[in-house]
Design a protein around this ligand. Structure first.
Ligand code: C5P
Length: 236
């Protein structure tokens, strides 16, 4: 069945320790969607998800970016869906058989699978020099989107710059876009293909993932509210 969620901001909780709980306390009144990545998962294991779920009623995107042989990914996804998280990720470069098996493992669960295309930290020139492909970046993202669509996944992770092209071809494929900075002039850190929340909204992103601009802000709650307002506004 087609999955059509509300547009939302996903807060990337990239902390390496229990600090996350103090951080989340600030959002008690919000209907929050959080991203838990490798950093916390590799430190605390699945208990970090159970503990968050016990304390907070937040939606969870568990971003572990699985990439292995199809059988291993099948078994890994079978274990992850037991945590009843909302979204998980696999790398599209793992291939169609791998994505199919990931989908098989999640089919009796409520967990949705998204395929990571080309990381937002990767510049165009690295595709040729380090990934050894002569295809241009937009074509690679589109080809990965095509594979994710064929494998019946819920969507892809890409940069805002690629969303319109993906949506033109695969309108039902959801696009989650990291690499968000509030102002064009904000510090990019290790991100390369960046965009503002406003641009993400105009290009048709379904979800934006925002980490450092919120978690390192002096007032994370108001920064989150400002970004969310900008991304979800319908009056423009
Ligand atoms: O701090 P910042 O907003 O740059 O964090 C972006 C978050 O999105 C990080 O948690 C990172 O792992 C995640 N992400 C990404 N690019 C992808 C997939 C996920 O930056 N392609």
């Amino acid at each position: 069945m087609l999955f059509k969620p509300q547009k939302d901001v996903i807060v990337a909780c990239d902390f390496s320790d229990n600090q996350i709980f103090d951080f989340l306390e600030k959002f008690q009144q919000e209907d929050l969607f959080i991203k838990i990545g490798m950093e916390l998962f590799y430190k605390f294991g699945p208990d970090i998800i159970r503990k968050i779920k016990k304390k907070f009623d937040f939606k969870i995107f568990l971003d572990l970016k699985l990439h292995d042989i199809p059988n291993t990914v099948f078994k890994a996804v079978s274990n992850l869906v037991e945590l009843e998280v909302d979204f998980i990720t696999v790398h599209a470069s793992g291939g169609k058989e791998m994505m199919m098996r990931a989908g098989d493992a999640a089919k009796n669960s409520t967990t949705k699978i998204f395929a990571v295309t080309v990381l937002t930290s990767m510049p165009k020139k690295s595709l040729r020099k380090e990934i050894f492909t002569n295809e241009n970046l937009d074509s690679v993202v589109l080809a990965y989107a095509n594979n994710a669509f064929d494998c019946n996944l819920s969507g892809i992770i890409c940069s805002v710059k690629e969303v319109r092209r993906v949506k033109n071809k695969f309108s039902d494929l959801l696009c989650i876009t990291p690499g968000i900075r509030y102002e064009k002039t904000d510090i990019k850190d290790d991100q390369v293909r960046v965009a503002t929340p406003e641009k993400a909204r105009r290009e048709g992103s379904d979800f934006i993932v925002v980490g450092r601009p919120i978690i390192l802000s002096d007032d994370p709650l108001s920064t989150y509210q400002k970004i969310r307002k900008e991304f979800t506004r319908t009056d423009l």
